[in-house]
Design a protein. Structure first.
Length: 626
């Protein structure tokens, strides 16, 4: 969940490294650092705790000009955010000078045992991190290996052999970039469970843990697979498997521009991504609605209709926002496909041993495709022989590669740590699956066409919901000092209540809880007072009158009510203290439309409270550790 960048070529490396780190700061921002080589081939390191600006200040005062370098933004796991714990980490030779510099994403589970063994050999550690053991392992291996004999192939370098030997002793996950003293045209990268991609240029190569760092720099990339080690210099890329030898790089096109990873004139990525939702929803629907079949169409499930018809249960798994989207999907799939659905936290499913029969199908739901818990849950289900598919946003991600098939969101890069457009795109894909399985099982063509008509309206309805922005900001001003919020909804809007509460917690640091509206009276109503607003989701659906009764219960106890309802709903306006009107959709799609004001409310509350919207404290975008 940290950010890695690297460069080798003919330009000043720190120019790319720092700009790349800036794009990856959403992945980790407790500290940052870079390492390059000087004219004598010695390793030079600059690093500092805190935001990237501190590192930039160091580099301004004492520049590093070499055409090779690595950099890192950290999200602390082992050891606090200090200068000493910041990456890169080095290991020194007998002369006391660094021979190896390493940046690392992931977690080394056996680092305590490795560290103890290395200390017993007399190696001195200067940090509390698990990463430093990697630097010492590589340095120790390099000291034991003979010098290269008569080859110019960087893959045959002792440096590559040292990395291969070192990673063979690691248990856990890693994405690595490594520099070596005296090797001013060699950058070594390695991967196991933590993503790394190599960008290919003309006379230069780039390394990054996320393609967003490469946008505008190259349009050709190679995704490293698990247990691969790459030897990279200015003019070549060689890949070897840790255990089995040479691998031919699989070059892919990178369809990502610099404009895709900037704020597009908005003050924050989160606001940009909220406003992108009409288009990202169109992208999720594009090519997936067939009026001829009155159904949804998917090209990547890799299961034929007969196999899918035999499915008698779905398990949807994910973490955080993806888990909330799965809950929305549970309501829709059970309603339209009459197919039992179980929603599991991936962090629990990976360690549970639930009874699952042979005709159960798993969907792992993830924005990044790298979430450690979701990946582990998918692997466990596959190990038990179950078909495991993915709903994912990032092409080339680990989960997308390991799943038996799946569906891409096509939402484009999501930079803001708090997910917005990925959530609504996930809900759209799950609605398409409800239509797809419904038509496989019992929905008539007429019913399928009716659902398609509602789905086709959805992008315009979400665009209409964005018009509530000014009213939401006014409401945020009114309640900016509230210490806690309740979010309440019923049916498919209950998961949206959970998601709205999560958004507020994530970026404004206000305590918030989501509940089914009728459950409020079974405990949470004790929290209601004049200073605790309740946000009600009140679509005109089958339980509309029931939700209004729940609103009355809050009002009777003096609690302020903020209601999200359909346009022109005078009954709600007569009950609520504040009303946010959105276009009315079919009930099964209303959570997607009503997500917009909840996202905007969290955004404006955070801005008004002076919070860092795109990089909330303690969080990172892609959680690749337990």
């Amino acid at each position: 969940m940290c950010g890695i960048v690297g460069y080798v070529g003919f330009r000043r490396a720190t120019d790319f490294v720092v700009s790349g780190l800036r794009r990856l700061e959403y992945r980790g921002y407790d500290s940052a650092g870079v390492a390059t080589l000087d004219d004598e081939g010695s390793i030079r390191v600059r690093k500092a705790a805190g935001r990237l600006a501190r590192l930039e200040s160091l580099l301004h005062d004492d520049p590093l000009t070499a055409p090779i370098g690595i950099g890192h933004t950290r999200w602390a796991t082992h050891g606090g955010p200090t200068d000493a714990n910041a990456h890169p980490h080095v290991a020194c030779g007998g002369d006391g000078q660094p021979t190896v510099a390493v940046v690392h994403n992931g977690v080394i589970e056996n680092f305590h045992a490795l560290k103890a063994a290395l200390q017993a050999e007399g190696r001195v550690f200067r940090s509390d991190t698990d990463t430093e053991v990697i630097a010492h392992l590589v340095a120790a291996a390099l000291e034991r290996l003979p010098a290269a004999q008569g080859t110019d192939d960087p893959a045959d370098s002792p440096c590559v052999a040292a990395v291969r030997e070192a990673v063979s002793r690691l248990r856990g996950t890693y994405g690595l970039a490594v520099l070596f003293r005296g090797h001013d045209d060699l950058l070594v990268a390695a991967r196991c469970g933590s993503p790394l991609v190599v960008g290919i240029g003309d006379g230069e190569h780039f390394v990054a843990s996320d393609t967003s760092a490469l946008a505008g720099r190259t349009d050709r990339i190679v995704h490293l697979a698990d247990h691969e080690v790459a030897a990279i210099n200015a003019g070549s890329l060689r890949i070897v498997h840790r255990d089995s030898g040479r691998v031919e790089p699989a070059v892919q096109a990178l369809h990502l521009s610099a404009a895709d990873v900037d704020t597009g004139g908005h003050p924050h990525f989160m606001l940009k991504e909220i406003h992108e939702q009409p288009e990202t929803i169109r992208a999720a629907l594009r090519g997936r609605l067939s009026r001829d079949d009155a159904s949804a169409v998917f090209g990547g499930l890799n299961l034929d209709p007969r196999q899918l018809r035999r499915v008698n249960r779905l398990v949807l798994t994910g973490c955080g926002t993806s888990w909330h989207a799965a809950l929305v999907g549970e309501y829709l799939i059970e309603e339209f496909a009459r197919l039992p659905v179980e929603v599991e936290y991936a962090s629990e499913l990976r360690y549970r041993n639930p009874p699952i029969d042979a005709d159960t199908l798993l969907f792992a739901i993830t924005q990044s495709g790298e979430t450690a818990d979701t990946l582990a849950a998918l692997r466990e289900m596959k190990r038990k022989g179950h078909a495991a598919l993915a709903i994912c946003n990032v092409v080339g991600s680990t989960i997308a590669g390991e799943a038996d098939g799946g569906i891409y969101l096509h939402a484009g890069p999501e930079i803001g740590v708090a997910s917005t457009k990925a959530f609504t795109s996930q809900c759209v894909v799950l609605a398409l699956l409800a239509l797809f399985f419904g038509r496989l099982r019992h929905l008539s063509p007429e019913q399928g066409l009716a659902l398609i008509a509602e789905l086709e309206r959805l992008p315009d309805l979400v665009a209409g919901a964005l018009a509530c922005d000014a009213e939401v900001r006014r409401i945020a001003e009114k309640y900016r000092d509230a210490a806690a919020f309740l979010y309440l909804g019923r049916q498919a809007c209950f998961p949206l209540a959970l998601e709205g509460a999560l958004k507020l917690k994530e970026i404004s640091y206000i305590h918030a809880e989501g509940y089914p509206a009728a459950e409020m009276k079974h405990g949470p109503i004790a929290l209601v007072d004049a200073t605790t607003p309740s946000v009600f989701l009140v679509p005109r659906d089958a339980v509309y009158d029931k939700v209004l009764l729940n609103v009355e219960e809050i009002r009777a106890r003096g609690g302020p009510v903020i209601a999200v309802c359909g346009s022109g709903d005078d009954r709600v306006r007569g009950l609520a203290d504040d009303v946010i009107e959105v276009p009315e959709a079919a009930p099964f799609l209303q959570p997607i439309v009503s997500a917009v004001p909840l996202q905007l409310l969290a955004y404006h509350m955070a801005v008004l409270r002076g919070c860092d919207v795109d990089k909330p404290r303690n969080l990172a975008k892609s959680v690749t550790v337990e």
